[in-house]
Design a binder for this molecule. Structure first.
Ligand code: ADP
Ligand code: MG
Length: 721
C-alpha cells in the first residue's frame, strides 16, 4: 500500500507515526531536515509551528494569497487595498536607521505617476533593488493627502524576458514564526511537493467525488499551495475541507456503530419501591425541577430502562441544574442493584459533587464514596475492594477512576461532568470500564457539559451522542450585571466589593497567572492575594487557591470559602468549572482579555446562583478593538449559546475549542462557521456511505477505511483494523 497510513496524520499521533515509519515507502514522514536549506536552526523554527515532517509541511495551508494575477495602473490604486502593480525603480533606495530600527525608502515610477515604497526593519532590501529596472510589486496601499505609499511590498523582477508562465498569479501567504520567511516556506513546500506529488494517494471514493464535485487529492494539494487561478483556490479548499470533516465524521460514526453493535447494558428498571424512592427524592429537593430538567430526566430515564447502552450528552448552560439529573440517574442505577460512577475534571468539583450527592441521597442506603488522587491509601484500598465486590454502589471522583486498578462488580452507569474538560479518549475509557468477568455488558453513558456549543459544532463534536438540552435556568435567577473596568476604576470596584462583603456575601477574584513574572504586566493571584490581605480593612478573610497547591490545601481553601469563613477567594481558573457557592455574588476577573469568551462565561457562571443580585467585573486595560468587542459581548449577553455563536464568529472555531481538549484532530482547513454548505455535504455523503456500505468493507472504500483507522488508532484497534 502506498504510504497511505500517514495521510492526514496530525503531529500528535506519534504512535501511529511509528507504524508509518516501518512501512515507509514514500517520503512523507521524512524529517524536514532532509530538505535543501534546512539545518538544525530552521528545523527548530519549523518545529515551533509543529512542522516536523514533509507531510506536516504539505498540510501547512496558506492562510491567504497575494493576488498578482492582475496588475493595475498607479492611477487605479485605492487607499487601504492590496494591489499588484508594475513600476520602475529610479534611484538607489535610501536607508535610515534609528538604533535597531531601520527604514528603506524608494520612489517607484509608472508613466508619469509615482508611489513611495517603504520597508521597515529589512535593510537588506536596499541591495535587492537595482535602479532603472522594472519590477512587479505587491502590497498594501496607503494614501495620505495626495501621496500614495506601499508598505513592505514583496516584489520580483519583471523586465527580464517576460514570461507569463513564470509569474505565479496567486502567492500563498503562510502563517509564520520568528526567523522564517514566506520565501523559505514556499521553497520548502515546493521541494516537498516536487518530490512526492506522484505518490499522492486518493482515498475519497470516486462516487463521492462525483456526487459532491470534489477534485482529486493530487489536484487539491498541489493547487492549494500553487494555485494558477482563483478557482483553483476555491476548488482545493473545498476538497481539503470536505476530506478533513468527512474523515472525522466517519471516524465518529464507526465508533458509535461499534459501541452499538458490541455493547449491551443492564436494564436499570426499578420496582415499585424504587419508583417511590425516586419520586421521594424529587419531592424532597429544596426546589421544584424546571420543565427542562423534567424533560431531560425523562429522556435519561427512558434510556436507562433498556439494555441498549445509553450514550447521551446532557447539555445545559452554567447553573441550569445538571447535577440533580446525574444524581437521579445514579440513584435509579443503585436502586436497580448496579453501580454508578460520576467523574469530574477537578478534585474540587468531585468533592463538591460527593457532598451534593450525599445530601440528596440521605434516605437511601446507598452512601456515595469519593475517590481522587489524594484519597488516603487505606481509604483507597477500601474503595477499590468495595467496588470490586459490589458493596459500594456509588462513587464520585476524578481521573483516579479510570486507572487500571479500578474494577467494578457490575457497573451500570458512567457519568462524566464538564465533558469538555476531558478528551474523547478519557470519556471512552470510562465508558469502557469493564466489569469483572462480565465482559459482555458495558455501562450506560451520560456526559454533561456546560460548554454552549452551536448546533453545527455539536453535530461534529458529539456526532456520536444523543442530545438532551436543559435550555432554561431555575426561576428567580437575576442576570449577572457585567461591566468592563480599567485600572483607573479600581477604587470604585473596591467600593462595590466592600458593599458586597458587608452585606454578608462573598467574592471571587480570578487572575490569569499564579505568580508575578518579570516580563509580564499580568496580575498574578499571589500578588492580588497579598494586596487584599494587607488591606487596612483587616476584618476580611482572604483565601488563595491555584493549581500548584497540594490537594489538601486546595480542599481546605475551598472548604473555607464554601463555609463562609473566607469572604474573598483569589484564584486562578481552577474555579472555572462547576463550583457551586450560591452565596458568592461578585466576581472580579483580572486581565479579562486573556480569557476566551466561553471561558469567561463559565467563570461568570460561578456567581448569580441565587436570587440575589450578582456582579461580574471584567478588568482590562487593552485597547485592541477585537479584544474590546469580545468583552462587550460578555457584558451584553447572558445566554451561553449566543455568546458561543459570537465567539465563533469573532475568532473562528480553531480558537473556540482547543482541540487538544477533545482529542480530536485539528480542523485546519474547514471553517465551521463559514463553510456551512460543506458541512451539509459531508452529512449527506456520510448518510449515503452508510446506506451503501455500513462497515466500509467494500474494496472501493478500503483506502478510506485505512486512513480513518490511521487517524483514530485507538478506536479501531478494537475492531481489528
Ligand atoms: P450546572 O448545570 O451548572 O452543573 P448545578 O447543577 O450546579 O448547575 O446547579 C446550580 C445551582 O442551582 C445549584 O445550587 C442547584 O442546587 C440549583 N438548582 C438546580 N435546579 C434547580 C431548580 N430547579 N430550581 C432552583 N434551583 C436549582
Ligand atoms: Mg455542574
Amino acid at each position: 500500500m502506498p504510504a497511505i497510513d500517514i495521510v492526514m496524520k496530525t503531529n500528535n499521533e506519534k504512535a501511529g507515526r511509528q507504524k508509518g515509519n516501518e512501512r515507509q515507502q514514500a517520503n512523507w514522514l521524512t524529517s524536514v531536515r532532509q530538505l535543501p536549506g534546512v539545518g538544525e536552526r530552521r528545523a527548530q523554527q519549523l518545529k515551533r509551528l509543529n512542522i516536523e515532517t514533509w507531510f506536516d509541511l504539505l498540510c501547512w495551508f496558506p492562510r491567504d494569497y497575494e493576488d498578482w494575477s492582475t496588475t493595475v495602473s498607479l492611477a487605479e490604486l485605492e487607499d487601504g487595498r492590496e494591489a499588484a502593480f508594475l513600476a520602475v525603480v529610479k534611484n538607489k533606495p535610501s536607508v535610515t536607521r534609528r538604533g535597531r530600527l531601520s527604514m528603506v525608502r524608494v520612489s517607484l515610477y509608472q508613466d508619469k505617476r509615482s508611489i513611495q515604497a517603504v520597508w521597515f526593519n529589512q535593510p537588506w532590501i536596499q541591495n535587492q533593488l537595482e535602479s532603472g529596472r522594472l519590477y512587479r510589486f505587491y502590497g498594501l496601499i496607503k494614501r495620505s493627502e495626495r501621496i500614495f505609499q506601499v508598505q513592505n511590498p514583496s516584489f520580483e523582477l519583471a523586465d527580464e524576458g517576460f514570461d507569463s508562465e513564470a509569474v505565479q498569479a496567486f502567492k500563498p501567504i503562510y502563517p509564520l514564526t520568528d526567523g522564517l520567511s514566506q520565501k523559505m516556506l514556499r521553497q520548502y513546500i515546493l521541494s516537498v511537493w516536487t518530490a512526492i506529488k506522484d505518490q499522492m494517494p486518493e482515498f475519497l471514493p470516486a462516487w463521492i467525488r462525483r456526487s459532491f464535485h470534489l477534485s482529486t487529492a493530487a489536484y487539491a494539494y498541489e493547487r492549494i499551495h500553487f494555485p494558477r487561478t482563483s478557482q483553483d483556490i476555491e476548488i482545493s479548499r473545498r476538497r481539503i475541507g470536505f476530506e478533513e470533516l468527512f474523515l472525522l465524521r466517519c471516524g465518529l460514526y464507526l465508533t458509535r456503530r461499534q459501541t452499538r453493535l458490541q455493547a449491551s447494558a443492564w436494564n436499570l428498571s426499578v420496582n415499585t419501591n424504587g419508583k417511590r424512592m425516586i419520586t421521594q427524592m424529587i419531592d424532597q429537593l429544596p426546589f421544584k425541577l424546571t420543565q427542562a430538567q423534567q424533560k431531560a430526566w425523562r429522556e435519561v430515564q427512558s434510556d436507562l430502562v433498556t439494555d441498549c447502552p445509553m450514550n447521551r450528552l446532557l447539555q445545559g448552560d452554567v447553573g441550569s441544574g445538571k447535577t440533580v439529573i446525574a444524581a437521579l440517574a445514579m440513584l435509579q442505577c443503585a436502586l436497580a442493584g448496579k453501580q454508578a460512577v460520576l467523574m469530574a475534571p477537578t478534585a474540587i468539583l468531585a468533592a463538591q459533587h460527593h457532598q451534593t450527592l450525599s445530601r440528596l441521597l440521605t434516605d437511601s442506603v446507598h452512601e456515595p464514596v469519593l475517590l481522587t488522587g489524594s484519597t488516603s491509601i487505606s481509604e483507597r484500598r477500601r474503595i477499590l475492594s468495595g467496588l470490586q465486590s459490589g458493596e459500594i454502589s456509588l462513587v464520585v471522583g476524578t481521573h483516579a477512576l479510570i486507572e487500571k486498578k479500578v474494577q467494578f462488580h457490575e457497573l451500570g452507569l458512567a457519568i462524566t461532568d464538564e465533558q469538555h474538560r476531558f478528551g474523547v479518549r478519557q470519556r471512552k475509557l470510562l465508558a469502557e470500564a469493564r466489569n469483572q468477568d462480565k465482559v459482555e455488558k458495558g455501562p450506560h453513558v451520560l456526559v454533561m457539559s456546560a460548554t454552549p456549543i452551536p448546533r453545527s459544532l455539536a453535530l461534529i463534536l458529539y456526532g456520536d451522542l444523543d442530545l438532551s438540552l436543559i435550555d432554561e435556568l431555575p426561576p428567580g435567577r437575576q442576570p449577572v450585571e457585567t461591566y468592563t473596568a480599567a485600572d483607573a476604576d479600581r477604587d470604585r470596584v473596591m467600593r462595590l466589593m466592600e458593599r458586597v462583603v458587608n452585606a454578608g456575601h462573598q467574592v471571587y477574584v480570578v487572575c490569569p497567572m499564579i505568580e508575578e513574572q518579570a516580563d509580564s504586566d499580568l496580575l498574578s493571584a499571589v500578588a492580588v492575594y497579598n494586596q487584599l490581605s494587607q488591606q487596612k480593612n483587616s476584618t476580611w478573610n482572604v483565601g488563595l487557591i491555584h493549581g500548584r497547591l497540594s490537594q489538601e490545601q486546595k480542599d481546605e481553601q475551598m472548604q473555607r470559602f464554601m463555609s463562609g469563613m473566607t469572604q474573598i477567594l483569589v484564584s486562578t481558573t481552577v474555579v472555572e468549572v462547576g463550583v457551586d457557592n450560591p452565596n458568592a455574588t461578585m466576581m472580579i476577573i483580572e486581565n479579562a482579555e486573556r480569557f476566551g469568551l466561553a471561558q469567561l462565561h463559565q467563570l461568570r457562571g460561578r456567581v448569580g446562583r441565587s436570587s440575589n443580585q450578582s456582579w461580574c467585573i471584567l478588568m482590562s486595560d487593552v485597547q485592541d478593538e477585537l479584544a474590546r468587542k469580545r468583552l462587550k459581548v460578555i457584558c451584553h449577553a447572558s445566554d451561553g449559546f449566543a455568546i458561543a455563536e459570537q465567539d465563533l464568529q469573532l475568532r473562528g472555531p480553531g480558537d473556540f475549542f482547543g482541540t487538544r481538549q477533545h482529542g480530536l484532530p485539528d480542523l485546519r482547513m474547514i471553517n465551521l462557521y463559514r463553510d456551512r454548505d460543506v458541512i451539509t455535504d459531508v452529512e449527506h455523503a456520510l448518510t449515503q456511505l452508510i446506506d451503501k456500505d455500513p462497515d466500509l468493507n467494500s474494496p472501493e472504500h478500503q483506502l478510506l477505511r485505512q486512513v480513518i483507522a490511521d487517524r483514530y488508532p485507538a478506536v479501531f484497534s478494537q475492531i481489528g483494523l
